[in-house]
Design a protein around this ligand. Sequence first.
Ligand code: FAD
Length: 467
Amino acid sequence: MGPGTVRVVIVGSGFGGLFAAQALKRADVTVTLIARTGHHLFQPLLYQVATGILSEGEIAPTTREILKGQKNVRVIQGLVESIDLAERIVRWRFHDDEQSTPYDALIVAAGAGQSYFGNDHFAKFAPGMKTIDDALELRSRVFAAFEMAEIEADPAEVRRLLTFVVVGAGPTGVEMAGQIRELASRTLTHEFRSIDPRQARVILIDGASHVLPAFGDQLGAKTERELERLGVEVILGAIVTGVDATGLVIRHQDGSTQRIESICKVWAAGVQASPLGAELARQSGAEVDRSGRVKVEPDLTLPGHPEVFVIGDLMAVDGVPGVAQGAIQSARYAAKLITARIRASRPGATPADEAALARAGRPFSYLDKGSMATIARFKAVVSIGKLKLTGFVAWAAWLFLHLLYIAGFKQKVSTLLRWAISFLSNARSERVTTHQQMVGRLAMEQLGSRTAGTLMRGESVRRTGDG
Ligand SMILES: Cc1cc2nc3c(=O)[nH]c(=O)nc-3n(C[C@H](O)[C@H](O)[C@H](O)COP(=O)(O)OP(=O)(O)OC[C@H]3O[C@@H](n4cnc5c(N)ncnc54)[C@H](O)[C@@H]3O)c2cc1C
């Protein structure tokens, strides 16, 4: 990288991409941030959009607006289709408009999507929760199940409609199951005439032996008891072997199988890194792990390509979990190293610049700030090193920290207002669903990827002129 204005291209506007762009604010660079969506998504609160607490705008402010004051950044909405490491070019498109952007330094923060562990066809019947599309579709499916049950005469069908299954007992699954339970037991109680929403079953399934595996046995067991007290049925040590329109089949540890009749299923298990990871690995000789994450060098670059950083959920670094802090810290690390390199290579660079470069180039080290998950209103679990919190204190900590990281002042204020409505009363302000949301997945499947990229896992990107 030579002196002067250096072209930095960032792929992605999640925690990694956005924080990298912001950390380059004072650097002598021009930044082009290219992302598939026009918004920065706060994924940890997707489940609240899916269950009617928050609107999509509150957790997904426009990237362009967030970065409008940062003059060295240009934001582009586009789907990156390939990266040419030899030519140093990023190829992307917006609908049918295909373009290329050259770079001197590249930060790839394309994140991860849902993994169905080789069963991509499950996605049609059990949407995951990775995008705003997913959350709105799930909102529609959850509320529609109650609507359909209200007009259904057959009691067996009513039971099937009022059985909600969440697969995966990590934080997202626990939060989703807890919220559907609250919705059924509190929010909707007096609104229907033929059905009693409190009769709804909410089932949480996982192959592990306890919920929230990453939080340790003690907090996992406590969370399980709390969920069961709320009325969530927890099935552990069970693998989902089949999913269809009207139910799913699970296999227990003893080899027995069980079919659960359910119209509304949510998939909250497993992640698969962006296919861009495999593309970068192929060109650079880097390895990828089982989730498709790229094994990067200690300074988060690709082997033989010190100008290309892979960060956030797309990188595989021992001891760094796929959480927001991993993305934020790796983004800041990459931005700092790029800045230090530029300063140390410009004419008149001082020994202090050299020393700063040596410091910035030390291997990336991750500071674990802990994990947290909500179970229901006023109830959460927090694990920070040896400190384990549960109940209201944990919930208050969760609330404060999430508010802190939501981007944008407007979003913080309106989120706080919605939370006041939802947590202090039984109401939920965002229950609107549209027919488009309901058929979204099927319609997208017909249309193909175009700008949205791979919506259905396993779908290949179609190009202009394809049938
Ligand atoms: C439902 C859910 C709940 C979560 N809860 C928590 C939590 O409570 N606490 C926590 O710390 N972490 C949580 N996480 C994890 C956390 O959100 C991720 O670790 C974090 O978002 C990773 O940031 P990233 O920038 O690497 O990827 P992402 O945030 O996934 O961003 C990826 C970006 O790349 C873009 N992109 C992808 N492919 C392309 C392409 N081909 N072309 C252009 N753009 C592309 C996407 O549009 C997006 O802007 C949760 C995740 C999910 C899904």
